[in-house]
Design a protein around this ligand. Sequence first.
Ligand code: ATP
Length: 135
Amino acid sequence: MKTVKVNIVTPDGPVAETDANMVIAVTESGEIGILPGHIAMVAPLKIGALRLKKGDATEHVAVHGGFLEIRPDVITVLAQSAEMASSIDLARAQAAAKRAEDQLRAKKDTQEYQMAELGLKRAINRINVYGSRAR
Ligand code: ATP
């Protein structure tokens, strides 16, 4: 089975350097499945799970926005933050979700509200990706 290299990079450093048979990403214009040899393109990413198909296994990575750069032999994800399912701290994500929900209820100004909404989306994404570890 053919593979494509996958590099996931954040300002804190590399999160993953691996090979996959297929990558599924949530872009601003919808979910795409990328196979080795895909034509070059760049797409903005949503907060969501990046799925790396490796044989019969699927690894999940929580990705929080950023960009996807596709070249035929390498896929690069540049994100403000990203975590492999195995490195997610569930209690921290649950606490972040609770904090964001409290802020949303407190009816802050528009900018604070939007920040809290994004924080909640990141926390929910981490909780979902954590839950997909064993799948
Ligand atoms: P928190 O409020 O818990 O910091 P956040 O969504 O504001 O969450 P980010 O700004 O997206 O956090 O990330 C800051 C750093 O902390 C990044 O390196 C990110 O990978 C890491 N991080 C955040 N939450 C978690 C988590 N639940 N498990 C593991 N790493 C996390």
